[in-house]
Ligand binder design. Structure first.
Ligand SMILES: [Mg+2]
Length: 248
């Protein structure tokens, strides 16, 4: 059993923005008895609580669970009956405003996103350590998101244009219609490395499970670390993998 198993959230533990299924919640509960588990994603903490923590039974071993919202720019652990922030690489308000200006400029320049068309919730969301730019808005229905950029070409264009005007920032592939902007060097590899230090676990013994462990995918950064990786094509394959760990 690895000393730490780290999971991507959307399309790895759950369908996009959906809660854990009862089956997945049960598997995670059993895994938490045996080892430490981390979840990392571009979403904010409320999204983690809704999709993951609220679906776990109350007797689950939360002291073994680590949450890394905003792609590892923040780490939470369960201590004294609450989620305690271990660190947060927070963007200053001035820098967040600079990022928002760049997003609007790039949207207009590339013609990819028209801000005059009403969106489903906010297009630009400040999440403390990260600014998320969602082409159709945060609350866009799944089918609209899925249709917008199936081959990632639009997000790649946004990524390239934003990186060019924000040299001190990292622009990462977000969800199916979003890009995430953080200070340079903050990504899933950063989060994994910080947690390994915190737990004093050798990185090469960690197993990372994700659906986007491909070039340009939002789990790609992890490939730069020494962690073992396990690519999955969705939650059902993840469930099989957890079951195989538990039966070892
Ligand atoms: Mg994913």
């Amino acid at each position: 059993m690895p000393p730490l198993v780290m999971f991507d959230l959307d399309q790895t533990l759950t369908e996009s923005k959906q809660p854990l299924t009862p089956h997945m919640a049960e598997l995670l509960a059993r895994l938490l008895v045996k080892t430490r588990v981390a979840v990392i994603s571009g979403g904010g903490l409320p999204q983690f609580l809704k999709q993951v923590v609220d679906q776990l039974s109350p007797d689950v071993k939360l002291s073994h669970l680590y949450l890394l919202p905003t792609s590892g720019a923040t780490l939470y652990e369960w201590r004294d009956g609450a989620w305690q922030k271990v660190y947060e690489e927070e963007l200053s308000e001035k820098d967040a405003a600079k990022v928002a200006r760049a997003i609007r400029a790039v949207a207009a320049e590339t013609g990819l996103v028209d801000f005059s068309i009403p969106s489903y919730g906010e297009r630009i969301e400040y999440r403390g350590s990260q600014v998320t730019f969602s082409a159709n808005g945060q609350e866009a229905p799944l089918e609209i998101k899925a249709r917008w950029d199936p081959d990632k070409s639009k997000r790649r264009m946004l990524q390239k244009a934003l990186s060019a005007c924000l040299p001190d920032f990292s622009v990462g592939m977000g969800g199916s219609n979003s890009v995430d902007i953080t200070y340079k060097g903050i990504d899933k590899a950063y989060g994994l490395t910080k947690l390994a230090e915190r737990l004093n676990v050798p990185i090469r013994e960690i197993v990372y499970v994700g659906d986007q462990l491909t070039p340009g995918g939002n789990d790609e950064a992890v490939l730069r670390t020494l962690a073992k990786t396990r690519a999955v094509n969705g939650p059902s394959e993840t469930a099989l993998f957890i079951a195989s760990l538990l039966s070892e």
